[in-house]
Design a protein around this ligand. Structure first.
Ligand code: SR1
Ligand code: MG
Length: 387
């Protein structure tokens, strides 16, 4: 059967047809679509002891509708990324029960007992001791394994070819890495930021630095990335009294610069911190850049002795990590800027009683991260800037 767009009422039969649910149970379904791109349904039985999530890619951007067509093949990229992560960090992603390539639909673990990290932070909660360190580890585990350090050259070339994702990369190249710096119909901002948005569009130095990051994004095939690692792509909570962190939604996955994943997470940490400062609800925000980097660097260095190509020596590792760190700072800056004056704003800022002061500081911080990324050699330097 060909591609059919699932509605809530189709999901029980769909799960049965695909062999995910036996016939006797009553299946209750609700749509919980939240991201910009896809539909997500949660199915559970009557007493709530069994649940599954169904995620389907639509042939357009969900929040825009058919006026912004988008190939549903992005679900293939997501399924491939989950397969790669499952080899090296299975504890950090949801269990995938099946991928239906005809319908671009994934059937996955129900994570409704966990909470989206952005929601936790927006409600005044904290990260807890492990979240950012585990995110750093996640990035190290996925990227080491899929880099030329973790994978034989020929196998890697095949991975690069299989992971080419032009449409989704184009979204990032547009909405993150160029549109906010020019006039574009996607851009919007709070009227209180008119002057600053105009300043950003007129800032030729900023534009050249963003062009450099954009070119790095387009050409630096370092490793397989998640590709959209913001705090809305992370679930947190507890299971059996132990903290749980799950990274999901890797549909923007492709082989690119590692600093893009770290930078996206850092940007979202910094925006959450701007919100908490505005509301006087700061908890453990200030430690998170450092914890992310420590988690990443420690894990990457731990894996390094197992590299497949020892021509890359220890001195090269130091140089490589320094480059990843400055890329991360720069990409963090671009993610902050687009979330304030570009497309797809963040509730962290939009739900503030007065979003302007925090958005303004975030924009200025974003600019500094972009133009001064080479000097920001320690996460403390970024923290200082944020203060
Ligand atoms: C058109 S999609 C806009 C954004 O949503 C996704 O989550 C990505 O962040 C993308 O840039
Ligand atoms: Mg998403």
């Amino acid at each position: 059967m060909g591609y059919r767009i699932l509605e809530t009422e189709d999901v029980p039969a769909y799960l049965r047809e695909r062999g995910h649910w036996d016939d006797t149970d009553d299946i209750r379904v609700r749509e919980v679509s939240d991201g910009n791109m896809n539909r997500v349904f949660l199915a559970s039985n009557g007493d709530g002891t069994r649940g599954l999530a169904v995620k389907q890619a639509l042939p357009w951007v969900r929040v825009a509708g058919p006026s912004w067509p988008m190939s549903p093949e992005r679900a293939d990229a997501e399924a491939r990324a989950y397969e790669q992560v499952a080899r090296v960090a299975p504890d950090k992603i949801p269990a995938v029960h099946g991928y239906d390539a005809d319908n671009y639909a994934l059937v996955m673990e129900d994570m409704s007992d966990l909470q989206v990290l952005r929601t936790v932070l927006n409600e005044g909660g904290s990260y807890g001791p492990d979240t950012s360190r585990r995110i750093g580890e996640f990035v190290a585990q996925l990227t080491f394994a899929t880099s030329d350090f973790g994978m034989e050259s020929a196998e890697r070339k095949a991975l690069i070819a299989a992971s080419v994702s032009p449409e989704l990369c184009r979204i990032t190249e547009d909405v993150v890495l160029s549109e906010p710096y020019v006039e574009h119909e996607h851009n919007h901002w709070h009227p209180g930021l008119d002057a600053l948005a105009a300043e950003f569009r007129a800032d030729t130095r900023l534009r050249t630095e963003v062009a450099d990051l954009r070119h790095t994004f387009m050409t630096s095939a370092q490793a397989l990335l998640h590709g959209d690692l913001h705090t809305g792509s992370i679930m947190v909570g507890e299971r059996e009294d132990a903290p749980v962190v799950r990274v999901f939604d890797p549909e923007f996955s492709f082989v690119g610069p590692i600093g893009y994943d770290l930078g996206l997470y850092w940007a979202n940490v910094l925006v959450a911190q701007a919100r908490a400062r505005a509301l006087g609800t700061v908890t453990d925000h200030a430690a998170q850049l450092r914890l992310t980097w420590e988690g990443f660097e420690t894990e990457f260095r731990r894996l390094w002795p197992a590299r497949v190509d020892t021509f890359f020596d220890d001195a090269y590792l130091d140089r490589f990590l320094a480059r990843v760190r400055s890329d991360s700072a720069g990409f963090a800056g671009t993610e902050i800027v687009r979330r304030v004056i570009g497309f797809a704003h963040l509730t962290d800022l939009t739900t503030l009683p007065d979003p302007v002061p925090a958005s303004r500081s975030a924009l200025l911080l974003g600019r500094e991260l972009i133009v001064r990324r080479a000097e920001l050699t320690r996460t403390e330097d970024i923290e200082e800037l944020a203060r």
